[in-house]
Design a protein around this ligand. Structure first.
Ligand SMILES: C[S@@+](CC[C@H](N)C(=O)[O-])C[C@H]1O[C@@H](n2cnc3c(N)ncnc32)[C@H](O)[C@@H]1O
Length: 216
């Protein structure tokens, strides 16, 4: 199955998510809650771990990470300041202080090699050009400890006819879907050398998500 071309460059991603930040959580609760919960189940967080969430967005997953890892190191990065502001607000109300939320780019992580036990990333690869997947996955590998865990969630290719409506929306105007189109990560993870790869696919409101966990 081929993956459609990505349509937004980095400045356009920031522009779209600056406009979307205010209402993103409504979209997230309609279409992404189940996948987010499954990803957290895949992550098997143990309190005290070093955890990085890349593309933390408004902090919907990050808040759950903080609850599960109050005594650990919790770092979230994102390209879009407006999304990060929302995440900061959620984190400040969480009662946990062991976190850092900062601007950062998945293509060039400003962290030392082999630092994190777990890296989580949701609904970001579906914005990126497929040719860049290996670049970003190699950054993810670099910052994970040996044996470290990676958990990804993405909009994926529709398997049922009714799920194809979202691909249709993307083709009409990619910005209406925040630039997200269905992608498939499994082969890329295998090529990048990840092991113990597990994939689940589920849909909410007809929006198809894949949840993948893997280890180094
Ligand atoms: C669809 S939202 C998902 C947000 C969050 N992960 C979630 O699941 O709710 C995509 C997010 O990816 C961020 N993003 C896109 N490209 C990025 C990059 N290269 N580095 C870091 N964040 C990026 C955007 O700024 C936006 O906040």
């Amino acid at each position: 199955m081929t993956i459609s071309a990505s349509k937004l460059n980095k400045p356009e991603v920031v522009e779209v998510y600056t406009q979307t930040a205010l209402i993103y959580d409504v979209w997230g609760s309609l279409t992404e809650t189940k996948a987010r919960q499954r990803a957290l189940a895949f992550a098997k967080i143990k309190n005290g771990e070093a955890i990085l969430e890349v593309a933390v967005g408004t902090g919907l997953t990050f808040l759950e990470i903080l609850k599960a890892n109050p005594d650990g190191e919790n770092i979230g990065i994102d390209l879009t300041p407006a999304m990060l502001e929302k995440a900061l607000l959620k984190a400040s109300r969480s009662g946990t202080t062991g976190y850092k939320l900062t601007i950062g780019d998945a293509y060039a992580l400003e962290f030392p090699a082999q630092h994190f036990d777990l890296l989580m990333n949701s609904y970001m690869f579906d914005l990126l050009p497929e040719k860049d997947f290996p670049v970003v996955l190699s950054e993810f590998k670099r910052v994970l400890k040996p044996g470290g865990r990676l958990v990804l969630v993405n909009m994926t290719r529709a398997e049922k006819l009714y799920q194809k409506i979202w691909e249709g929306v993307y083709h009409l105007n990619p910005r209406w879907l925040g630039g997200c189109r269905g992608v498939l990560l499994l082969n890329h993870l295998q090529t990048a050398g990840f092991k113990n790869i597990k994939r689940a696919m589920l849909s909410q409101f007809g929006f198809p998500s894949e949840i993948i966990s893997a280890t180094l």
